[in-house]
Design a protein around this ligand. Structure first.
Ligand code: DON
Length: 572
């Protein structure tokens, strides 16, 4: 029935009649709204982990505020998704405070060690060595999550710091049932995890086999580390035995991180990227993430395209979305990096006038990128994590956190249970080289001491008439930008209910490689033909995004945890 109505939208669109009401979209099959949506007039939490969402709720029940809940979710998800994120990684968080109407933007992205330099990922022959930035000791950047959470909690938290770490300690010590995605990640990274004694001890059965779904995975060392952090605060991570063990593991494997790197790490407060879409105000993540800039840029470019005349899954719409993505990702490769090291034109790129000037790139055919090398784009592994929180006072927290690839560098710091990130791969190994996500890097994103690698993470908030209306984010590398922008379009342009906006087919084009990825539930075959006819190389491939979103509907919150994942939307 759904397929029929989409086809109808397509055919009717082709004959350029645009009847209102024919806006049914193909949704991810095998899932129901009831499984992934919650509503509440009080608090709402959507995260990629069931126990982690409940950890947030526990803070509210103890009389804590939205910041206590955000800190608790962050620590808990470190334990629940050790393949995706953790205290050995970094991230970004935006806190919208209702009473002041201000958005506080926190950057606790990892930094390059002091001994890092622009040529550190080149082989002797001068060509990039991707293995070196993805696996092992050189891949590890100085972690930022604990410092970030500490600063945020110090400023706004209500419950004692130790209380916010408690649910994570419990989860690490009592264990969690292994779920399919964790099994897949352990399987895929087996050779690397087995080569590291600490990782091998934690993530495999005593006989060396992969833990089955349902097995209770305990992370005793991580529990001990969390107890130290609960007691000693930020110093428990960046100084003392934990810091010593992190440095020991990196150094004995041949890497360059030092105690000074850890001691010197600082989180930063930054000014949000702001934009608008047909009167809705957008607040998102500035550099060193490229996310906010390009989410706003894509929406600016499309604001003038009047997409609702075709509907969300019509090939005219998809082609225009792809064009906006191509333009934005070409700019990402050229202009983006850490703003503390070189000026980044994020304000210009996210301006209406720039979007106006770039309208000339929209035409009936795909814009070719054939003059450029085509880097291989990896598959749809989902790492990283995102959560979104709202409370009864209409405060909002959106945060995306990561260790980058599955199990980061594959190293676990001796005796701590901390999986060390491989965020160094988000730097450009050389100008024009591509990373784990096929993203091309420019000179602004070369390694330098204390520099932050360019990110795509896009925690984003939308205000309507000055009030929180939509808040969202997702994991999945460069695809984050595309998935966030499209979910926003689905709500702001096509007025889809939040569940449909999240569960609908998504597409992704990152300029290079020159391909348009379309994921399940795909599009009618006539739409594929149409897009190919315009010159797009269309691939049916998952994108790996797992949007965690909250929308204000009347006087309630509606929370949706992407049906593509194992997260939970929970309200009270
Ligand atoms: O910061 C970034 O953009 C990446 N390190 C995020 C990694 C990610 O989302 C992994 N998921 N596939």
């Amino acid at each position: 029935m759904r397929i029929l109505s989409v086809l109808l939208v397509f055919l009717v669109g082709c004959s350029s009649k645009k009847p209102e009401g024919l806006r049914t979209v193909e949704l991810l099959p095998g899932h129901t709204r009831a499984q992934h949506e919650a509503t509440s007039q009080g608090v709402m939490i959507t995260s990629q982990g069931t126990v982690s969402s409940q950890a947030g709720l526990e803070m509210f029940r103890q009389g804590g505020n939205i910041i206590d809940a955000a800190v608790a979710v962050s620590f808990a998800i470190s334990v629940e998704r050790p393949q995706s994120t953790g205290i050995g990684g970094g991230g970004f968080l935006i806190f919208y405070e209702k009473k002041t109407g201000k958005s506080y933007v926190w950057d606790f992205r990892e930094i390059a060690p002091l001994k890092g330099h622009a040529k550190m990922f080149l082989k002797a022959d001068g060509t990039p060595d991707p293995e070196k930035s993805i696996y092992g000791p050189f891949a590890v950047a100085v972690p930022g999550i604990v410092r970030g959470l500490w600063e945020i909690h110090k400023r706004w938290g209500k419950l004692p710091w130790a209380a916010t770490v408690q649910p994570a300690i419990r989860l690490a010590e009592e264990g969690l049932p292994v779920y399919p995605h964790l099994v897949d990640a352990i399987k895929y990274e087996s050779p690397r995890l087995k080569a590291d004694p600490d990782a091998a001890k934690i993530f495999f059965m005593p006989d060396g086999s992969i833990p089955p779904v349902g097995h209770i995975l305990k992370q005793a060392d991580l529990g001990k580390t969390l107890r130290i952090i609960a007691k000693q605060g930020v110093r428990g991570f960046y100084e003392g035995s934990v810091a010593k063990n992190i440095v020991h593991t990196v150094r004995t494997n041949g890497g360059i991180m030092t105690a000074q790197d850890l001691q010197g790490y600082r989180a930063k407060e930054r000014a949000a990227i702001e934009g608008s879409y047909h009167g809705f105000k957008i607040i998102s993540m500035p550099p060193p993430s490229s996310g906010g800039t390009h989410v706003v840029q894509i929406l600016n470019l499309l604001e003038q395209q009047n997409l609702s005349q075709w509907g969300p899954q019509h090939p005219e719409t998809v082609h225009r979305i792809a064009t906006a993505m191509q333009i934005s990702f070409a700019d990402r490769a050229k202009y983006m990096g850490d703003p503390d090291f070189s000026p980044i034109p994020s304000t210009e790129l996210s301006s209406k006038s720039y979007a106006q000037a770039m309208q000339k790139y929209f035409g009936p055919k795909a814009r070719p990128s054939k003059d450029f090398p085509l880097p291989a784009i990896p598959d749809d592994k989902t790492e990283t994590t995102h959560f979104t929180l709202a409370d009864s006072e209409e405060n909002i927290v959106v945060s995306t956190q990561t260790i980058n690839g599955w199990f980061g560098s594959g190293l676990v710091a001796r005796g701590t249970g901390i999986v060390l990130n491989n965020e160094m791969d988000d730097f450009a190994q050389a100008v024009g080289a591509s990373n784990l996500f096929g993203a091309i890097g420019g000179d602004k994103n070369l390694v330098a001491p204390k520099k932050r690698p360019l990110s795509s993470m896009s925690p984003t908030l939308v205000l309507k008439d000055g009030k929180p209306f939509l808040a969202l984010g997702t994991p999945s590398g460069t695809r984050i930008i595309s998935c966030v922008a499209q979910t926003m379009l689905n709500v702001l342009e096509f007025r889809l209910p939040l569940y449909d906006a999240v569960a609908a087919t998504r597409v992704h084009h990152q300029w290079m490689p020159e391909e348009l990825r379309i994921e399940k539930p795909f599009l009618p075959s006539a739409a594929f033909k149409d897009l190919e006819g315009r010159g797009h190389t269309v691939k049916r491939q998952a994108l790996g995004c797992q949007i965690q979103a909250i929308q204000r509907v009347g006087n309630r919150w509606v929370g949706v945890s992407d049906p593509r994942g194992e997260g939970l939307a929970i309200g009270e």
